[in-house]
Write a protein of this length. Structure first.
Length: 156
């Protein structure tokens, strides 16, 4: 995502007519490039929403496409952060559950014990961190506390 602004800047400035505003070609190129560059990192189900937000934000700040060249990396990152999808996608939930269950079974849990534990952990993490991008920075002590609660709940 960090390098996308250079690509977009090139496409936007080089593929436009000399008029003001954004042409349909500019708009479509922006969306297509954004989707291609971010499909994997953001996920198929959220990338279109992200790219539309990016386009709307950049277009609002730079109504004349020629001015897009003034977009700085730091401003691009700020816009990107504001447009990143919030919440957990179905794919992210599935990946969490699979990874968690695999790990718990390697530690000796039965499949049922692992599922109960992982359901509990996912609920606790989602409740506290509804934005998955922030869930990766859970302090170790907090993670241990949640894990202990889920183990206690599972063993009841």
């Amino acid at each position: 995502m960090k390098g996308i602004w250079l690509i977009l800047l090139f496409i936007l400035v080089s593929s436009c007519d000399p008029g003001k505003g954004w042409t349909e070609n500019n708009l479509q190129s922006f969306i297509n490039t954004c989707i291609e560059e971010n499909r994997v990192s953001i996920g198929e189900e959220k990338v279109k929403q992200y790219c539309q937000c990016m386009q709307d934000s950049v277009k609002a700040q730079y109504p004349n496409y020629r001015d897009v060249e003034k977009l700085t990396m730091s401003r691009n990152q700020e816009i990107s952060n504001n447009c990143l999808p919030k919440g957990w996608s179905a794919d992210e939930k599935t990946m969490f559950m699979k990874s968690c269950a695999d790990t718990r079974q390697e530690m000796g849990d039965t499949p049922d014990q692992a599922r109960i534990y992982c359901d509990c952990m996912m609920r606790k993490i989602q409740d506290k961190y509804p934005d998955i991008t922030k869930a990766g920075s859970i302090p170790n002590e907090e993670m241990r506390s949640m894990a202990q609660e889920c183990i206690r709940d599972r063993n009841k």
